[in-house]
Design a binder for this molecule. Sequence first.
Ligand code: WTA
Length: 635
Amino acid sequence: MSNYSIKNLEEYFQVYRKSVRNPEMFWEEIAEEHFIWRKRWDKVLSWDFKKPEIKWFEGAKLNITENCIDRHLRTKGEKTAILFEPNDPKEDAQHITYNRLYERVNQFANVLKDHGIKKGDRVCIYLPMIPELAISTLACARIGAVHSVVFAGFSSKALATRINDSSCKMVITSDGSYRGSKTIDLKGIVDEALEECTSVDTVLVAKRINSEIKMKKGRDKWLKPLLEAASVECAPEIMDAEDPLFILYTSGSTGMPKGMVHTTAGYMVYTAYTFKNVFNYRQNDVYWCTADIGWITGHSYIVYGPLANGATTVMFEGVPNYPDWGRFWDVIDKHKVTQFYTAPTAIRALAKENIECVDKHNLSSLKVLGTVGEPINEEAWHWYNDNVGKKKSPIVDTWWQTETGGIMITSLPYITPTKPTYATLPFPGIQPALMDENGEEITGNQVDGRLCVKYPWPSMARTIWGNHQRYKETYFSAFEDMYFTGDGALRDEVGYYRITGRVDDVIIVSGHNLGTAPIEDAINEHQAVAESAIVGFPHDIKGNALYGYVILKETGESRKHENVRKEINQLITEHIGPIAKLDKIQFVKGLPKTRSGKIMRRILRKIASKDTSNLGDTSTLLNPEVVQDIIDHSI
Ligand code: WTA
């Protein structure tokens, strides 16, 4: 029996048991059989969740791009590696073969080297979903530079914070990007950000929208001529298993985003193994994940996981509603997509449109549907299952996080019986635990608690860039000897998990993690604002939307209020990006606070959700009188 490709439920249970009984032997076998190593490891795993310190495959030497590209050339050189579908359906799709990917990555790697980038240097990538995005991440990995991809919807301030946090030496961007019928001036955003950054010497600029842009002499360079002049050969830098591969920022409960650091060998093994099984990938399949590479889903399941398996991975530049709401289905039909992986927020938006948009396309190529990023509600699950999968393509509801690097709890298609809204069972190697508020593990079934993981897995983030203490406090301090996810979950009578949502101050809006603190910080910059508190409330399409309670320094006429509302959202757009804008803003006289001065968000959440019948105990509040006033004026 090969553990790499799981074939039925009995085999899943066998493999799972083995992965728990002897994790090291289990991962060693997978690593040995399915990857190429320049040197074998000395030790499979060493770990201590108290420090915390986790090392997988210590002593091993490798380069992840050799595993994602070079080794496929002999047998799959002419197979499409990346299938690029542009924003405008009238523009031709591009089929980038493994042979061509090899050349393009090497050329890019040589350009990086020519500009002084060396192993360990950080390179910020701020690009739209064009081939250069995947290619530049791989080029960094080829020479051992650490990529830090920043989603190209973030504002210049958010970009600057991320560039500065990890002192990036270079930024890779484009003149602009397409978003449906609009264009966005990415280079302008980079220019603005770099006014606040001193570490960046070079900006490489890809041409995408052919707009007139300013190029700063000595700093900014067009990519195309450099790439054309570069050699198509670049020997891979030989990396240690635990050398950092990339940094990816995620929101936290405090102001600064957390630069999660992922390392090389464990990440490669885990993303490859999960990709193969969760999507049941077969050689001639065409796999499409609609995420942006600016998020972890794109890193692990557009770039590294699929390419490590020699797969064809679709990169889509566009949006679901351009030129119309049939675009996703059109792309599936056009490229005969076999696996389709998207987010509940997209499914809900698509489900609102006329069913004709789906039905006029032939979706018979589909074999597996996936969802990720937030809990999927029952209605959306059924719509997806009935109308897209035609009840024939199993849905894998995959729970995981930026921090976990790969999919943790999921069903396996054609193997695990699905249950709407349940992510179902842990992937081999993952040992979840539900904890109560006193720090005790809740055993047995039909229980709920805080979701933790008891044992290390290969793709877990190893630290927060520049702040190991914060890593320890955020993930390893709430429960002893456990990784704490920040999510709540329940376990049903057969042991299936259902993720119920965040139990901390992170709110997931349209599948994007947003911390309340950075948004509040942005609002508080407004000169008329004294204090603010943000909570999430249920929203039809976005899953959650943001509700802001704002105390103004002075109360004034309502016309002024309208202006302040607008200005608050402008400030948020500037500091974070349009994804963090508030749907509702209520001006209040006070915020409910505990005696120690902490805002009682629980109460604000209930009011925002229009669920005020049972607000729980408010007697411990410092100022219980404000609650009724907030209810009376709620929106
Ligand atoms: C949530 C995305 C329910 C969860 C890969 C987690 C989910 C956070 C699911 C991580 C799912 C992700 N069901 N909730 N299938 N997948 N989440 O870091 O709250 O962007 O902690 O990683 O999204 O979001 P992140």
